[in-house]
Ligand binder design. Structure first.
Ligand SMILES: [Zn+2]
Ligand SMILES: [Zn+2]
Length: 322
């Protein structure tokens, strides 16, 4: 089968891999397409993964073969979350599912940028969902990233009437803003690219920005955006960190956090329940994702990465076969 494998820092290439087999219980999914996530690009461009890795996790596809599970049938169109928590450890008991060791090591095999993947029995039980007929494939592929945003908004404790600023209106910022509004808060955003501001306005996110926000979401990480977050959050407010910084080194603004009683929190990955809820919001069009992706064939994945990095597009959906 066709797949895209990681060779070395900043180098991926097409390869032919053996199709995964259904030796244990679980399912083989024929991948229709897979969203290209910012985290895939970071892993490839910064060389954070092992040679031979297949990246991609925002998968939409069909069940091709299944064993030991009665909830799905061959042919079902599905989306999935790639990690499954254990539900028993200290992290899971405190709802920090993405910190669970089992969560981190469980994965789809080999990865979403392949024609077929294997998902385990526990994936089928907790993180695989049938896609309603009214939801196009591309929209469905937003289930996982939307769930990440949903969890961040829940963690931040957004209340009706809160004024919330989103720094960076890429695909994540545009989804985050819609979820913030769904929770009854007012969504504002900052962004340098005019087209994205217009799109944000169409989705109900204001781009005229003042100061004194109850909550600020950082969807783009750099010294500049951290300073922007600190200067736009009100005293006693909350900053949600939803992006890494390229160097991994920024100073911890101890005195600002202390004297201004700020809450600074990170939010990383969704819970299984967030995934189901996210697909529901997409299918009811509460969260509109239809205009955010551009479609690329698997052979053009490098172009998709270049176009994403250069902000030519907002997000890419990588189609496995035309
Ligand atoms: Zn992702
Ligand atoms: Zn756990």
């Amino acid at each position: 089968m066709k797949a895209i494998i990681y060779r070395k820092k900043n180098k991926i290439e097409p390869a032919i891999l053996p199709e995964p087999e259904l030796e244990k219980n679980g399912a083989i999914i024929k991948v229709t397409g897979c969203g290209l996530c910012g985290s895939d690009i970071v892993k490839i461009r910064q060389g954070l993964i092992k040679e031979g890795t297949v990246t991609g996790h925002e998968v939409v596809g069909h069940i091709s073969k299944i064993k030991g599970n009665k909830s799905f049938n061959p042919g079902d169109r599905i989306v999935l979350g790639h990690h499954v928590p254990c539900f028993r450890c200290v992290f899971c008991k405190n709802e920090n599912y993405s910190m669970c060791a089992h969560f981190k090591q469980s994965n789809i095999i080999p990865g979403g940028f392949a024609e077929y993947i294997y998902v385990s029995e526990e994936h089928l039980k907790h993180t695989v969902f049938k896609v309603p007929d009214n939801v196009p494939d591309i929209d469905a592929s937003f289930t996982e990233p939307t769930a990440c945003c949903l969890r961040a908004v829940k963690r931040a404790g957004i209340k009706p009437g809160d004024n919330v600023l989103i720094i960076g209106l890429g695909s994540i910022g545009l989804v985050m803003g819609q979820i913030v509004k769904h929770f009854g808060a007012n969504a504002y955003g900052t962004e340098l690219i005019d087209e994205r501001k217009e799109l944000a306005n169409c989705l109900g996110i204001e781009t005229v920005v003042s100061k004194g926000y109850d909550k600020v979401f950082l969807t783009a990480g750099s010294d500049a955006t951290i300073n922007a977050a600190l200067s736009s959050v009100r005293d006693g407010g909350t900053i949600v960190v939803f992006a890494g910084v390229p160097s991994g080194e920024t100073s911890f603004p101890n005195n600002e956090i202390y004297y201004r009683e700020l809450t600074v929190m990170g939010s990383y990955s969704p819970s299984p329940a967030d995934l189901g809820e996210s697909l529901g919001l997409i299918s009811k069009k509460v969260i509109k994702v239809g205009n955010l992706s551009s479609v690329y064939d698997i052979e053009d994945i490098e172009k998709a990465i270049d176009d994403t990095v250069s902000n030519k597009i907002i997000k890419a959906f990588i189609r496995m076969s035309p």
